[in-house]
Design a protein around this ligand. Structure first.
Ligand code: SAH
Length: 220
């Protein structure tokens, strides 16, 4: 496995270098790359897809959903500049792969998923792997998770039609949110939203991306 994961890391580094003009960096933080090299992505994909687990591509995981491309997982994680004491909200648990990456870098991760079967499977998987700093729930990410707010960082792993106001509200002053914004199967942009200490927001476009949609109440 280590050879495969080494190849995945090399592929991520190469894609970061190719896209440096867009993402404004030639390398991601060493601690992010270290975590990418330590979380076994093959444990998060269906058995039939295990041979492809360390390819730098998205994979189908059932229910019309995907596990995101490793380069995108690494880039979005890097954007949040997590610190060991941070409390993070993730929207779109999916397989729990991104959740595990966040949990390696932050103190506590709260992860919401709309599809109960995916949430349950991810929760069991993450518990079995020994994570004790992840709390999952079934819910609609457009509303966020008020109970544990405010968060130091928010990661949204499905494309939202607009940035949900509840998520902006639940982000701490000084916090960062990574979120793909755009219409399903159309043009989408990965955005970084930063809230300064006075609460003013700054929005930066990072990259064109292709995510499954963050479903709105009327789709559910
Ligand atoms: N981060 C995941 C991939 C997520 S795919 C991983 O690493 O595997 C996007 C996920 O968002 C899907 O599982 C989908 O069911 C979920 N989702 C879609 N709309 C949602 C919503 N409104 N609220 C919460 N989760 C949602």
């Amino acid at each position: 496995m280590s050879k495969n994961i080494d190849r995945m890391i090399a592929d991520i580094e190469q894609e970061v270098a190719y896209t440096r003009h867009l993402i404004g960096r030639t390398k991601l933080a060493p601690k992010v790359m270290k975590v990418m090299a330590s979380v076994p992505r093959d444990q998060f994909v269906p058995t039939a897809l295990k041979p492809f687990a360390f390819n730098n591509g998205a994979l189908s995981v059932g229910y019309g959903q995907t596990i995101s491309q490793p380069y995108i997982v690494a880039l979005m994680t890097d954007l949040l500049q997590l610190e060991a004491h941070h409390r993070v909200l993730e929207i779109g648990t999916g397989t729990g792969y991104q959740t595990a990456i966040l949990a390696e870098l932050a103190a506590q991760v709260y992860s919401m998923e709309l599809i109960p079967e995916l949430s349950e499977a991810a929760d069991q998987r993450l518990q079995k792997m020994g994570y004790t700093n992840i709390i999952t729930c079934v819910g609609n990410g457009y509303q966020g998770w008020q109970e544990h707010a405010p968060y130091d960082a928010i990661m949204v792993t499905a494309a939202a039609a607009f940035i949900p106001p509840a998520l902006i509200e639940q982000l701490k002053a000084g916090g960062k949110m990574a979120i793909p914004v755009g219409e399903p199967h159309r043009h989408q942009e990965l955005m970084l939203l930063e809230k300064d200490q006075q609460g003013a927001q700054q929005l930066q476009k990072i990259l064109d991306v292709a995510f499954v949609p963050l479903k709105q109440a009327e789709d559910i």
